[in-house]
Design a protein around this ligand. Structure first.
Ligand code: CUA
Length: 350
């Protein structure tokens, strides 16, 4: 694309330089937000009618701007050319030819019809998305914390219920019910590609639903300013085919595997981490921070702030306040050996 455009700017080095600079700047700013799962609502995978409305209204708005600009330019230049160059006293300021008021009526009727149409279309879309197309088979309780997301899958009985964090798995093509609560301040749940925003308000349960019509990873983000790390309160929604989702769900129902029971890492974890974190099937039962039973199945840590890879995991444990200043995870003053051991333990939580 750029090699083709190069010819246009070949003789204008300054303009070309500016062009390249602007593109680089845009790339620089867009890259982190776009990494694997962008916050994209124009090409969503949620209910089709919302995307159609967005594009429809956008197209109409662009047409209105173009038409009005055209008419305005015509009015300015056409009249100027027609004014005879006599002395200013003799200029005819308003043309009385034809019926100019009729044009105003026509404009009024046209814009009223268009706005009325858009209003009806919007109301029909709102009515459509007020409730899911069929009764959801999966219900997820999402609790907002400063600054992460607790995700609880509610099964038919307690043995089918489990908790995870910052990553929501859903089956493709099915509506999923989401119950939203907050543990502290007001947050807001938003997955641009799949749904509109719904607030999480302390002391009440709000409900919404999401539906992905194709498999993929969709980025979610808290969109209500909730304090220092509001921007680092992200999550991911992973939509997979039904069987894959079921495999994931069954995996999450398990307690932690036994491969690291009694290890040095587990002892360090019990001393330093277990007050805040749960690892099901072990004595670690803290409820302040995310459930870590299957930590290694998640793609990110610290609420979609860092990739879940060894180096980042070590850095996060060693100094969480450097990564997310103000977060509830304290600096543990952990020495190198303990850090390596606890990290090795965490790596067994798959
Ligand atoms: Cu939670 Cu912003």
């Amino acid at each position: 694309m750029w090699s083709g455009m190069g010819a246009d700017f070949g003789d204008q080095p300054t303009k070309r330089g500016m062009q390249i600079f602007c593109v680089l700047l845009l790339q620089l700013y867009a890259a982190p937000a776009r990494a694997d799962a962008p916050l994209d609502y124009l090409f969503g995978a949620g209910p089709r009618n919302v995307a159609s409305l967005t594009w429809g209204v956008l197209t109409i708005s662009i047409l209105v701007v173009l038409i009005i600009t055209g008419v305005l330019l015509f009015a300015i230049f056409a009249r100027r050319n027609r004014i005879p160059s006599t002395s200013s006293n003799e200029r005819e300021l308003v043309s009385r030819a034809g019926n100019p008021v009729a044009v105003i009526y026509a404009g009024l009727v046209l814009s009223t019809l268009v706005l009325f149409g858009v209003t009806i279309w919007t109301m029909m879309t709102l009515a459509d998305i007020a409730a899911p197309p069929s009764t959801p088979k999966v219900t997820i309780e999402v609790t907002g914390h400063e600054w992460w997301w607790e995700v609880r899958y509610v099964g038919d009985d307690p043995s089918q219920t489990f908790t995870t964090a910052n990553e929501i798995h859903i089956p493709v093509g099915e509506p999923v019910a989401i119950k939203l609560r907050s543990d502290d301040v007001i947050h807001s749940f938003w997955v641009p590609a799949l749904s509109g925003k719904t607030d999480l308000i302390p002391g009440q349960i709000n409900t919404t639903w999401i539906l992905a019509d194709r498999a993929g990873t969709y980025r979610g983000q808290c969109t209500e300013y909730c304090g220092l790390q509001h921007a680092h309160m992200g999550f991911q929604v992973i939509a997979s085919p039904k069987e894959k989702f079921e495999t994931w769900r069954k995996g999450q129902l398990r307690v932690a595997s036994e491969k690291s029971v009694g290890s040095a890492g587990q002892r360090v974890f019990m001393q330093k981490c277990a007050v805040c974190h749960t690892v099901r099937g072990t004595p670690a039962g803290g409820r302040v921070g995310p459930d870590l039973t299957h930590l290694m199945t998640r793609g990110t840590i610290a609420a979609d702030t860092l990739p879940n890879r060894v180096g980042y995991l070590s850095g996060w444990i060693a100094d969480p306040q450097h990564v997310k200043p103000g977060s509830k995870m304290p600096r543990l003053n952990i020495d190198g050996q303990d850090l390596a051991q606890v990290r090795n333990y965490l790596e067994t939580l798959d």
